[in-house]
Design a protein. Sequence first.
Length: 155
Amino acid sequence: MSNLLFNLNKLIMNKLVNYNPFGVNKFFDDFFNRDLTDFFGTDGNFNQPSVNVVETEKEYRIEVAAPGLEKDDFNLEVDRNMLVISAKKEASDEVKEKKFMRREFNYTSFTRSFQLPEGVNADEIGAQYSNGVLHVALPKREEAQVATVKRIEIK
């Protein structure tokens, strides 16, 4: 029993003697034992939003999951038969107390590009943002739409 107490006491004393909250070792331990999200936040450029692409008879639809953004944060462009969807949001938070001030900056951005199919009417592309999802409608030209099957009656 005394051997156990001796080892426990030695362990506690080592922690107390070696404790140095301002030392170089603490700096390196804190720096190398962190995740990248601790430095850049969880909204960094590491994540691309999820995208669904749906084809119907009359159009293609692209649905981009981008919660937390606003309509004005998005930019949609068609350049050389490529649809480019991008978003950029900057936010800062500042808290002032008696002798303490904390400032946090958050920057979120992404860019996704899609090759437009030949039958898309680029002049009629439209977009709407609601409930955290950007809906982009890519209407097909008349000649590209699938004709409905016409049944011919035999006489």
